[in-house]
Design a protein around this ligand. Structure first.
Ligand SMILES: [Zn+2]
Length: 376
């Protein structure tokens, strides 16, 4: 990826140039119509079957005005030529499943829990700012960030800072706190007498579910994120089992509320009862979807449910094969690939998502990612 330059990143740089020019006294009219021709050895335009060689992209303001073979047109008067040499240019990438606030340490440094127990919100926000810049630099011009892992509405503020030009970053769709049930999300494993923070907003019953959705929408959620499964393990028959969380009635209250606001609901669901409830409750997207039955795939096609499989993160950092978690790690990838192929062939709508965000996209899955921590 090092030799690739992304149009979105270039566009952002140009926007910054515009702002700089405005602040130095150039007339607003001149600053608003900057014209730049970007020249590159190859262009992946997203529709042609092959990369196009030696192309020039003419950008007026923040819009691509034309694309043509290099040198086939004269440079417009006043235009600046940005020659990228041997670089390949491609459209900005979209990651539909990120967590810019999921930046836990390796277990020796405190793991997932240390983020919620010991890190000041300002520290987590500062690292999220670094994550958004890195997203852009690694080619992602849009991310759907599906919850802040106990950092409250921090994503709303980061998005605001990007949108007003305070910090660099991709276009963000944010989910804020996410929703699960009692017993359905960490922090876990502490003495019952001790109240610990949770990485999601926990609800019990349709009334609390709807209230949580209203709160999150009120505070700026573009999507509602719901955890429909939590712990998972391999049972005595060698099958993957996932603990379900919300009931259909609880989920329906959330979906009904979100749809009323013209917002959508993303459901983390591995398999089994929880995944079925996600579909019956009207989720707009299934996140992960490790094991999806033929009937569930047919239901997704029928209902127009999106599938965001986040395939890559489950292939790394496996525990030893003879341990319960090691068995689970292997089983997850075994069933995931099968489900993905079935969904692809059945025509399920599939979106690209990684579960990356808080760590670089060049790292497959450090031990701080969603795929790692115990509930998986
Ligand atoms: Zn995730």
């Amino acid at each position: 990826m090092r030799s690739s330059i992304h149009l979105g990143f270039i566009a952002l740089c140009l926007a910054s140039l515009c702002r700089a020019q405005e602040s130095t006294g150039t007339t607003a009219a001149a600053a608003s119509v900057q014209v730049v021709a970007v020249r590159a050895r190859a262009l992946i335009d997203g529709t042609s079957p092959q990369p196009l060689p030696n192309q020039e992209i003419l950008i007026r303001g923040d819009r691509i005005a034309a694309v043509y073979p290099s040198g086939s047109r004269p440079l417009p008067a006043g235009a600046r030529l940005l020659d990228l040499g041997t670089a390949t240019v491609l459209p900005g990438l979209i990651d539909c499943h990120t967590h810019i606030f999921l930046q836990g340490e390796v277990p020796a440094a405190g793991g997932y829990d240390v983020q919620l127990l010991k890190y000041p919100a300002s520290y987590r926000a500062a690292r999220a700012v670094v994550a958004t810049r890195r997203a852009l630099e690694q080619g992602f011009t849009t991310i759907r960030d599906v919850e802040t892992e106990g950092a409250g509405y921090g994503d709303v503020g980061i998005k605001q800072a990007i949108n007003d030009g305070s910090i660099p970053g991709p276009r963000m769709f944010v989910a804020t706190r996410a929703i699960s049930t009692t017993g359905g999300y960490p922090l876990e494993g502490y003495a019952p007498e001790i109240v610990v923070p949770k990485g999601a907003q926990l609800i019990d019953g349709p009334v609390e579910a709807r209230k949580a959705a209203r709160e999150q929408l009120d505070h700026g959620a573009d999507w509602i994120k719901v955890y429909m499964t939590h712990r998972s393990w391999v049972d005595e028959h060698g099958e993957l089992v996932s603990q379900p969380t919300l009931t259909v009635e609880e989920l329906k209250a959330i979906v009904d509320e979100a749809h009323g606001w013209r917002r959508k609901v993303a459901c983390h669901a591995y398999n089994g009862i929880g995944l079925q409830r996600a579909l019956d409750g009207g989720c707009d997207s299934i996140e992960h979807g490790l094991e999806i039955t033929d009937a569930q795939i047919a239901q997704m096609v029928r209902q127009g449910t999106w599938y965001v499989p986040t395939l890559a993160v489950y292939y790394y950092d496996w525990d030893p094969a003879d341990t319960p978690t090691g068995m689970r790690d292997r089983k997850r990838t075994a069933v995931h690939g099968v489900s993905f192929r079935k969904a692809l062939h059945a025509g399920v709508k599939i979106a690209f998502g990684t579960d990356v965000g808080g760590f670089p996209w060049s790292i497959p899955s450090p031990r701080n990612s969603r795929a790692w921590w115990s509930s998986g």
